[in-house]
Ligand binder design. Sequence first.
Ligand code: NHW
Ligand code: EN5
Length: 388
Amino acid sequence: RHKFWETQPVGQFKDIGDTSLAEGPIEPPTPLSEVKQEPYNLPNLYEWVTCDIDSDEMCTEVYNLLTNNYVEDDENMFRFNYSKEFLRWALRPPGYFKSWHIGVCVKSSKKLVAFITGVPARIRVRDDVVLMAEINFLCVHKKLRSKRLAPVMIKEVTRRVHLENIWQAAYTAGVVLPTPISTCQYWHRSLNPKKLIDVGFSRLGARMTMSRTIKLYKLPESTATPGFRKMKLHDVPAVTRLIRNYLSQFAVAPDFDEDDVEHWLLPKEDVVDSYLVESPETHEITDFCSFYTLPSSILGNQNYSALKAAYSYYNISTKTPLVQLMNDALIVAKHADYDVFNALDVMQNESFLKELKFGPGDGKLHYYLYNYRIKQILKPAELGLVLL
Ligand code: NHW
Ligand code: EN5
């Protein structure tokens, strides 16, 4: 069934529910001297490249590959269109390794035809903080699919992660692989319902007219929470305390320090947005919400070529009810001209999705760990991790 994944240290379908298997690493680390020193072999026409995404030319090559070949929905109507600035942000967190930004190109023309990346992250699984690689942006050009290139790329990124003495990884995918630690549902909140319907992202509900639909999704002009404002650099220490305390309740979550918070959560235009609530009385930071910007190309529509989507990231409420906080997030997203606000049913998101008129999407997102076993499949609400 899974000729490649059966050979890898990941939870196997046959082991689901086997309580005799302990939680933790599946295989022990091997001495660094035993890690393969040369890259894996590629088919003869191709060669490895380490992608320098600081370089505008390389960043453009990667951007073009992904823009034309990355993830689509099940009916091939939309394709993720990560921006160059987003890719630079996603691939250069504190302590990143250039050697983990891996391309495959055609020897003769140097044209980039495949890509995979890792970035380092400390991820806590229950009580253990584990240094991991977060793997993302696996992409093989449409013309080179089904030639078993993906397993070679996964083995190569694994080798380069091992060379840094890191032995675990986390990743998400829309497809089922051996074996998810959790399966989440995408939810969508229309901000621009007319456009969403026009492009086939959503449908006019039964017994609904366009004008009733527009009215249904209308939002207030201004935010409701006193002290709601954009996060600034000087907020990093307070936001770090807030988020560390909040994430401690989940079974799997990143272990963020101040440098991570500055990188991942400080607002970056058209990449990541973060708002917080500063108490007008005490000036305490009591609540926080954030979203990242990931447009999709609209494939084959006469009138529109891009869908502007916000994706819920980390949200924390200690004083402001989460429903009110997220309604304010919807209001600022609407003002910034997003067409849709997307969220997964992770963390405490269930508590606002229905009330704020999010509807379930047709996509699921499966979470995976490499070389780390957990005993039971987690509920989405036990996940405190959002990957890009
Ligand atoms: S998920 C997004 C993945 N990208 C896309 O969907 C883009 C569009 N599709 C493609 O480019 C986010 C191709 O279809 C890809 C597969 C490249 C997906 N993850 O080359 P073959 C991520 O980036 C397995 C893992 O013939 P292809 C996360 C498949 O099950 N494995 O297929 C990435 C089969 O193995 P099996 C996937 O269609 C996490 C084999 O690939 C997969 O030409 C990576 C077939 O290969 C997926 N999304 O190319 C793992 N899709 O055993 C990281 C298919 O079933 C692991 N496959 O026979 C950790 C590594 C680090 C460890 C460090 C200690
Ligand atoms: C790793 N970092 O399928 C990422 N998206 O629902 C890789 N559907 O947008 C993982 N099919 O339901 C990728 N509209 C996995 C996701 C791949 C992309 C994907 C889904 C998620 C999606 C939309 C459009 C469907 C178009 C036809 C969808 C319904 C919205 C509606 C709004 C009103 C209230 C009810 C729902």
